[in-house]
Design a protein around this ligand. Structure first.
Ligand code: SF4
Length: 387
């Protein structure tokens, strides 16, 4: 769904430098919100949304913005889910990581190395992680890095990312390990949750690839190890998840983010997303950036309630889901769809319009048959005993 300001004077090109412009978009007193793996993964989940790309790239606090717009979204992990996740991870790694390594097939008399990654500050921790990865690759031994810290430059600023674990194989391969507390029942788990975990893990793989590019003999696996509770127990089980698709989407998204300044430059001068501004001003500012609402936004973006409300008011077919949107071809609103079905608009040669008219005719036929069935119940054999 795209929205744009359709009134007022034509946009004027701002004269401020792009970086300063991004700071103005946040508001004069707002510190940029750092991007984490969850936010980067959510970006990859909706690659067509300029609005989210701009707000995230500029470091705008979207939760505060949604509240200022009057549409706060209960978003993020619940405290209970957070605690359950921590408890399961502690259970999986309680033996120093031996069970985790066993799930990867790293059993043997030589065991595995477990380097200390403690260092001061994020820069120190990322440097320590890179050093440990290079050392483990050079040594050619199984190595478990628990909570390493990786850096990925996003839109010109570093984003710090902390996977649950990275395992270095003796052949120099690095594998990301994600520990999640949702259950894996009969070797399969909730597809939406696995998809979200795969997108998050793909961000870690991308960050690791930057280090591996400067490490002789290293390569990063394009599949990750997902560790979950087995069935309804607290026992860990693992599944290898191919993240190649998520990797290519995330790469594309990150490349787009470097063009965030272009999106900002195209906005009218003076537009800001400072949550301290009046709601009407913020609504106009948000509407000035094209969005791509989909029901999936409800699980991934703080602005979802606002965008859904706008999409519904515009009658946009995007509110019905991406697959329905795809089936409807060039029909953009619910009004267009109904008009096409009634035969008052639309090209009859358009397959979507033809299918809608067929469906409308079948529905009319079915409805026409209903009164007869209702008014003559005695003709139905089972009606005699039905009261
Ligand atoms: S909720 Fe709005 S801003 Fe967020 S991804 Fe969806 S359309 Fe974009």
């Amino acid at each position: 769904m795209s929205e744009s300001l359709d009134s007022g004077p034509p946009p004027q090109a701002p004269t401020t430098p792009p970086r300063q412009r991004l700071a103005e978009l946040r508001g004069p007193d707002a510190r940029p919100r750092p991007l984490d793996a969850r936010a980067l993964a959510a970006l990859a989940a909706n690659p067509g949304c300029d609005r989210r790309a701009l707000l995230d790239g500029a470091g705008v606090d979207k939760a505060a913005l949604a509240t200022a717009l009057g549409s706060p979204a209960p978003f993020g992990q619940s405290q209970f889910a957070f605690m359950r996740g921590n408890a399961f991870e502690a259970r999986v790694t309680s033996d120093g990581g031996a069970e985790l390594m066993r799930l990867l097939g790293a059993e043997g008399p030589t065991g595995f190395a477990l380097p200390d990654l403690a260092a001061a500050g994020p820069e120190g921790r990322t440097a320590r992680t890179a050093l440990a990865l290079r050392q483990a690759t050079a040594d050619g031994v199984w190595t478990l890095l628990r909570h390493p810290l990786l850096a990925l430059e996003v839109a010109g600023a570093p984003a710090y990312l902390e996977p649950d674990a990275v395992v270095v194989h003796p052949d120099g391969r690095w594998t990301v390990v994600e520990i999640k507390s949702f259950p894996m029942i009969d070797a399969s788990a909730d597809a939406a949750k696995v998809g979200a975990a795969a997108r998050q893990a793909a961000v870690y793989v991308l960050a690791l690839e930057r280090i591996a590019a400067h490490t002789g003999g290293a390569s990063v696996a394009e599949s990750v190890l997902l560790v979950c509770p087995k069935d309804f127990s607290n026992l860990p089980t693992a599944s290898v998840v191919d993240v190649r698709k998520q990797l290519s989407v995330t790469r594309r998204q990150l490349a787009r983010l470097t063009r965030v300044e272009d999106i900002a430059t195209a906005l009218p001068a003076g537009v800001t997303f400072d949550p301290e501004r009046p709601a009407d001003e913020l609504r106009a500012a948000v509407a000035a950036v094209p969005a791509a609402y989909a029901p999936g936004c409800l699980a991934a973006c703080e602005l979802a309630f606002h965008c859904r409300d706008r999409a519904r008011r515009a009658g946009a077919v995007e509110t019905l889901g991406r697959s329905v949107r795809g089936e409807l071809g060039g029909l953009r609103t619910v009004g267009d769809v109904l008009a096409a079905a009634r035969g008052t608009a639309g090209d009859p040669d358009d397959p979507a319009v033809a299918a809608l008219r067929r469906a409308a005719a079948l529905r009319a036929e079915a409805l026409a048959a209903l009164p007869a069935a209702r008014t003559a119940p005695e003709e139905l054999p089972e009606a005699a005993g039905c009261h």
